[in-house]
Design a binder for this molecule. Sequence first.
Ligand SMILES: Cc1cc2nc3c(=O)[nH]c(=O)nc-3n(C[C@H](O)[C@H](O)[C@H](O)COP(=O)(O)OP(=O)(O)OC[C@H]3O[C@@H](n4cnc5c(N)ncnc54)[C@H](O)[C@@H]3O)c2cc1C
Length: 551
Amino acid sequence: MIETPVLIVGGGPSGLMLANELGVRGVSALLVDAKPSTAFNPQANATQARTMEHFRRLGFADEIRKLGLPPDHPTDIAYLTRLSTYELARLSLPTSAQAARNVQNMSGSWSAAELPHRISQKYVEPVLKKHAEKWKSNEIRFAWKLNRYERFEDHIKAWIQPIDNSQEEIQVKTLYLIGADGARSQIRQSLGISYVGATGVKRGFMGGQMFAVYFKSSTLYSKIPHPKCWMYVTVNAQRRSLLLSVNGSDEFAFHAAIHEDESADKWTKEDAYSVLAQALGCEVEAEILSHLTWTAGHSLYTERMSDDRIFIMGDAAHLFTPTGGLGYNTAVEDAVNLGWKLASVIKGSGAPRLLETYSLERVPIAKRNTSYAKRFADSVGLFEISDDFELDTAKGRSDRKLASEHFNAHVRLEFNIPGVTFGGRYDSSPIILSENGDPPLDEPNTYTPFAGPGGRPPHFWLGDKLSLYDTFGKDWTLLCTGLVAEKHDKFIEAAIKNHIDLKIIHHPQPELENLYEAALILIRPDQIIAWRGDSDENAFDVIRRVLGWHL
Ligand SMILES: Cc1cc2nc3c(=O)[nH]c(=O)nc-3n(C[C@H](O)[C@H](O)[C@H](O)COP(=O)(O)OP(=O)(O)OC[C@H]3O[C@@H](n4cnc5c(N)ncnc54)[C@H](O)[C@@H]3O)c2cc1C
């Protein structure tokens, strides 16, 4: 029998990220995943800026930014009738080399430690796995599955086994069981938790069955007579589709809309070539690496993400249509939220009821993010395409002009989303010491830096490449602003008495004081402001409250 405080079922982005969050805090975890290794297919293609900031906190953002598209590969998004014909709309975005440089001069909505990075999930997962494995307290077992589990009052027993059944089942005794086990989550189903929200939404694109092809082609770029992109969306009456560069040279992910009278589940490699040729508007040599079908049109979440000692994360708890690229990023943030709370409770500094706040905080975010993704999917997928769309006639030209206006607006709605990535807030959480007054409006394309408790701390560059976030502690941080730091001894005492690791930092820059509008700011391990004020008078109460002891 194995004994471990945490058993994580699922080694996709959410499970691996949780193993990292626990590993960095020295809390043991066993992770099992039924796949032989990390994802083969590209899957998610966008790592949002907030996710990159979390990777930076854990020390591997630079490693991730070196993977995926080469540093000088454009990350533009373009809408075309076919890949080889008319270009309708384009959003130019920085290459990853430019992003790393530009971020230091950006302000307002994009004031950040990291900008987004275009990288397939298949490259992210091995990095998450490598870093999860570096912690001796973690045991990561791919090609192992959870068979079943039983709940007891103060623990859970689970039975795991190699996927080839080469060994007998092993019993695992654990305090907490985590369902990071994807959309079909056995753990969610065993808890009787169902998805709610919208599903089965039909649209011309991103609503209904999709055919995904992962392929290699060294000549594809030469067939596209337009400046290079990271992502191309084709818009025509025959079939709409999406093409993404995976490695910036010869590997691509392609997703085509399937019509209701087609049976794409039976499609072969030959069908994959012909659908690709439709999108391209000509033939191309390609080696099909894999193909499969999936369904777009979900905007689903669960109304609770935990049940006593069991927690669900990622796709197990919410299912997106991939517009906006939010599924994997929301999954990572679930792990960021749950990780420090589990560690606090296991170490004894956090109240057991602190864990209830995981669901309280993350369900509203799942609802928010799935509805943003739905809005983007409606915007791109409900646009009607006439049969004349590609013709060189007055109607064809006028329809394309309208489409050009629509997609030029749409691409800025879906792909310039600092508000979505930085603006998620936990204002109604009982462990946030909220203030009177409203935070800035929640809008997808605008983020207003705001230091009121409940959200991301406004970002600030302290020097060349030194982000304010780089000076935060691994766990709790007390940020002192102003030329002379306000008295804060009571926070130090409260941290000692409550056995938490609190790093005190003092940054005297007047701009920082203006940004934070307070002398003392308490920042959680997941880089969320928990409290701000001008005196340490109530420090003990504040610390007890943010650790869940007042629930
Ligand atoms: C075609 C496509 C395109 C996408 N594009 C984007 C995008 O651009 N941006 C974005 O953010 N998201 C995108 N996504 C979504 C993204 O891939 C998922 O949201 C993400 O993988 C969810 O991570 P996860 O860790 O929750 O679950 P998963 O990655 O699904 O991992 C779950 C793991 O659990 C394991 N498992 C299940 N049951 C058991 C068991 N009993 N025992 C052991 N292991 C088990 C599975 O083997 C699996 O590895 C896309 C998805 C698809 C399919």
